[in-house]
Write a protein that binds this ligand. Structure first.
Ligand code: FDP
Length: 340
């Protein structure tokens, strides 16, 4: 009998235990972040359960549709947004919330305010909901100085100022990947316990990968460096093997695979969408934060993604993120283009 392995199996590192351990390294900490994270975890569990039951419960459908009982049905992304807004407000630790679902930022009423600003996409990859493909929640967190009056500029900050970021993927298992700026850890929901267990400690992305991930249907509208890069992935001229193409079309799933297996995920600019498609605050920043924390890079075609300063809460940006060496290649192509 392998006693060491057995001890490991019975000594579970739950996300709460992990965060409390981390908290104890900062004696000045009042536990506010731990409380905030536990409310995010609750939101993830709720959405995971709703996503799993979606087919059965007929939660899928258009918002405003009625079911056979004549009750109004909520579309999963609308439901997920409500769940997260309520979980975040009730934590008593947030002051500004920016959601992909809401045009305006939510300012939490003073009696329920805390110092954290949370930017999030409650259910990313929504075009995949109806066919049961992996989807996810993405979040990033900024912190105000104690006593500061919250204002919109507090969330219009570069991604490098985030204090934490993460995503939860609702796939064949429910996986929560988080960074508080000291590496990246992955937790998998054990449905029988209702707890996220540390399954992927200290995730490091391979320095170079064998996969590229992009919507090639947009190729005719790409700029020179993107077109050249994808061509090199398929027809390498340095004697290396061609890369494999994997594209789910659900950012959380594509980024999760990239983080674990290495390679590059790109949603570049094109003639039709000069700023790309993905949103800076709650897609580009959290994923770039995680990539850098895992040893990879994230680039916009012009600069380090985390240096961007968003002007509006729903701004978009092109993004190339993944293994360090793969992103170096695309950076070199853009640098060469600039020289011309
Ligand atoms: P979706 O439109 O399904 O919500 O930004 C949202 C997103 O999905 C990302 O999750 C995904 O990476 C991207 O859009 C897919 O876009 P394309 O369909 O244009 O490839």
């Amino acid at each position: 009998m392998d006693h060491a392995a057995d001890a490991h199996r019975t000594d579970l590192m739950t996300i709460t235990r992990y965060v409390l351990n981390e908290q104890s390294k900062h004696p000045e900490s009042r536990g506010d972040f731990t409380i905030l994270l536990s409310h995010i975890v609750l939101g993830c569990k709720f959405v995971c359960s709703a996503v799993n039951k979606a087919g059965l419960a007929k939660l899928i459908g258009l918002a405003g549709e009625t079911n056979v009982q004549g009750e109004e049905q909520k579309k999963l992304d609308v439901l997920s947004n409500e769940v997260f807004i309520k979980a975040l407000v009730s934590s008593g630790r947030t002051c500004i919330l920016v959601s992909e679902e809401d045009e305006e930022a939510t300012f939490v009423e003073p009696s329920k305010r805390g110092k954290y600003c949370v930017v999030f996409d409650p259910l990313d990859g929504s075009s995949n909901i109806d066919c049961g493909v992996s989807i996810g929640t993405i979040f990033g967190i900024y912190a105000l100085n104690d006593g500061d009056e919250p204002k919109l500029e507090d969330v219009l900050q570069p991604g490098k100022n985030m204090v934490a970021a993460g995503y939860c993927m609702y796939g064949s298992s429910c996986t929560l990947v988080v960074s508080t700026g000291a590496g990246v850890n992955g937790f998998t929901l054990d449905p029988s316990l209702g707890e996220f267990i540390l399954t992927h400690p200290d995730i490091k992305i391979p320095k170079k990968g064998k996969i590229y991930s992009v919507n090639e249907g947009n190729a005719k509208n790409w700029d020179g460096p993107t077109a050249k890069y994808v061509e090199k992935c398929k027809f390498p001229t340095d004697g290396s093997s061609a890369k494999s193409l994997r594209y789910i079309g659900s950012m959380v799933a594509d980024v999760h695979r990239t983080l674990l297996y290495g390679g590059i995920f790109l949603y570049p600019a094109d003639k039709k969408s000069p700023n790309g498609k993905l949103r800076v605050l709650y897609e580009v920043f959290p994923m770039s934060f995680l990539m850098e924390q895992a040893g990879g890079q994230a680039f916009t075609g012009k600069q380090r993604a985390l240096d961007l300063v968003p002007k509006k809460i729903h701004d978009r940006s092109p993004i190339f993120l993944g293994s360090y060496d793969d992103v170096e290649e695309i950076k070199a192509l853009y640098a060469a283009e600039e020289q011309k």
